[in-house]
Design a protein around this ligand. Structure first.
Ligand SMILES: C[S@@+](CC[C@H](N)C(=O)[O-])C[C@H]1O[C@@H](n2cnc3c(N)ncnc32)[C@H](O)[C@@H]1O
Ligand code: SF4
Length: 486
């Protein structure tokens, strides 16, 4: 364990949390020496396979060649609104804020988005799309005026059949659903079938929120939670740990408050310093120049472990990856369908992606190109892949493993083989290290494996898709470049 973390001197750490915190820091060191975790401790999330920036160019015709709609006709639908009130200092998403997100600009975007939906529906040979779940994300979909939201939802529900939709969820910044207009927004969302909200709370410490440049303080976040509940929404609260200048005490206090709020889901995000997509926040540059001003990795690991202890003590267990709930049935249907059940999923809007069984397409991240492609009557897709056999096998294993578990009969249905036929050496090694567990029907991360879920899943990556170079990992048995071949 690093000498500079003195656990018993941190006020907020209860004596009963000491031994498991020490144990987790010990596991971190051990797994780093075995090559599971890069030597500098950095992480890159295993969200898609391959990682989102690694797709080659593709055009619409190549992408849809040979594609047939799902037999039950159902798609998971994602809609992206790339506008926010302010630019948060940690955010890597390409969003427009302030004057760049004028009402006129948002109108222009919404018109393009409607056209994109029409082009896509035509491309699939459909009149309307049947949704199994819907997520409006961003950016901040509630950073639309009431008129804009109403007009867009009217259009959307005329093109998307919601009769089979199991959940209609929104990603929301708390400042957009408080006050008179905010409450009207909630009513409007509800009237079009909205039933779940993910609120970006990030912290309940005003000093941290200020450093993050969030558009709300603690009181407004609490108000937003109350208003959403009153309006009848289920709630998922998102929190970030490891943000520069956020102390262990502040983080523990935030999570202790969070469990008292009576929400269905609590989601933990480790601060992403390396951007996941193409766009990067100012934080990435600052890290290169002043790495010492960032939270030491061991402290980040400690913060995660403490949050898990507090959540577990208060009845919250990890459900979908990094989301903690009291009730097993509370989770994002969209995430479950896309990452665990591997349903066909369509994304509309800037940066949105579509995952269509054996293929993946990514929309452009550039506003000008987005508008220009749609003006030409084309989908704004510019990168993607029809997966070859190797990539499909790894994708079908990595996504469910990261987010829930691999149900072997489903894996076989998708790929025609059992995971053990293909990955037996790797599975055995990870079981030997106590990172995986297995029975006849399932393959899942152990409690320890779940803590390091991204790195364990990266064990199944083809080397060229690994996020860090071979020399960045110790040359131990778990160096992901060892034995990665199928
Ligand atoms: C795409 S944002 C949308 C939510 C909404 N715009 C908001 O911020 O309230 C989804 C969540 O990703 C998380 N997030 C964004 N940037 C991050 C970063 N650099 N590191 C860790 N988590 C991040 C935040 O918790 C955020 O609430
Ligand atoms: S974190 Fe959310 S509110 Fe902040 S800039 Fe990013 S998308 Fe917008």
């Amino acid at each position: 364990m690093p000498a500079d973390i003195k656990l018993d001197e941190i006020n907020m750490i209860k004596p009963r949390w000491l031994s498991s915190s020490r144990a987790m820091l010990g596991e971190f060191e051990k797994l780093k020496n075995e090559g599971l975790i890069p030597l500098n401790g950095q992480f890159y999330p295993a969200v898609h396979y391959p990682g989102i920036t690694m797709y080659p160019p593709i055009n619409e015709n190549e992408l849809f060649k040979g594609y047939a709609n799902p037999k039950n006709g159902l798609f998971s639908i994602y809609v992206h609104i790339p506008f926010c009130r302010r630019y948060c200092s940690f955010c890597h998403y390409p969003v427009k804020t302030g004057a760049l997100a004028s009402e006129q600009e948002r109108d222009y975007y919404l018109n393009s988005l409607k056209e994109e939906i029409d082009i896509y529906i035509k491309r699939l040979g459909l009149g309307v799309i049947k949704a199994s779940s819907v997520l409006f994300g961003g950016g901040t979909p509630t950073h639309l005026t009431l008129r804009q939201l109403n007009e867009f939802l009217r259009f959307f529900t005329s093109k998307v059949d919601l009769r089979h939709c199991r959940q209609f969820s929104y990603d929301v910044d708390p400042s957009t659903i408080t006050g008179r207009e905010g409450i009207e927004r909630l009513k409007l969302m509800k009237s079009y079938g909205g039933d779940r909200i993910t609120l970006g709370i990030q912290s309940l410490d005003d000093a941290v929120l200020k450093k993050m440049n969030r558009p709300h303080n603690r009181d407004e976040a609490i108000k937003a939670i109350k208003e959403s509940k009153k309006a009848g929404f289920k709630l998922n609260l998102e929190f970030i740990y490891g943000f520069p200048g956020q102390s262990v005490e502040s983080w523990v206090d935030t999570i202790k408050q969070a469990v008292e709020l009576g929400v269905e889901e609590i989601q933990l995000y480790r601060i992403k310093i390396i951007p996941y997509g193409d766009h990067m926040s100012a934080m990435t540059g600052a890290y290169k120049v002043w790495p010492d001003s960032f939270t030491p990795i061991e402290q980040v690991i400690l913060m995660k472990q403490l949050a898990i202890l507090i959540l577990n003590e208060n009845g919250y267990q990890e459900n979908l990856g990094r989301v903690f709930t009291k009730n097993k049935n509370d989770f994002s249907r969209y995430a479950d369908e896309q990452c665990c059940r591997l349903y066909d999923q369509i994304g509309f809007g800037l940066t949105a992606f579509s995952s269509l069984r054996d293929r993946f397409a990514l929309n452009t991240q550039d506003f000008k190109l987005y508008y220009s492609l749609i003006n030409q009557g084309k989908l704004p897709i510019n990168r993607g892949l029809i997966r070859d056999k190797d990539t499909q096998l790894r994708w079908a294993l990595i996504l469910p493993l990261k987010n829930r578990e691999v149900y072997k009969p489903d894996f076989e249905k998708i790929t025609g083989v059992s995971p053990n036929e293909i990955f037996s050496k790797k599975i055995q090694k990870l079981k030997d290290f106590g990172l995986l567990q297995e029975d006849d029907k399932t393959l899942a991360l152990s409690t320890l494996g779940r803590f390091f879920a991204d790195e364990v899943c990266q064990q199944f990556y083809y080397p060229k898709y690994l996020p860090f170079a071979q020399a960045e990992y110790a040359a131990g048995e778990l160096n992901p470049y060892n034995c990665s071949g199928v």
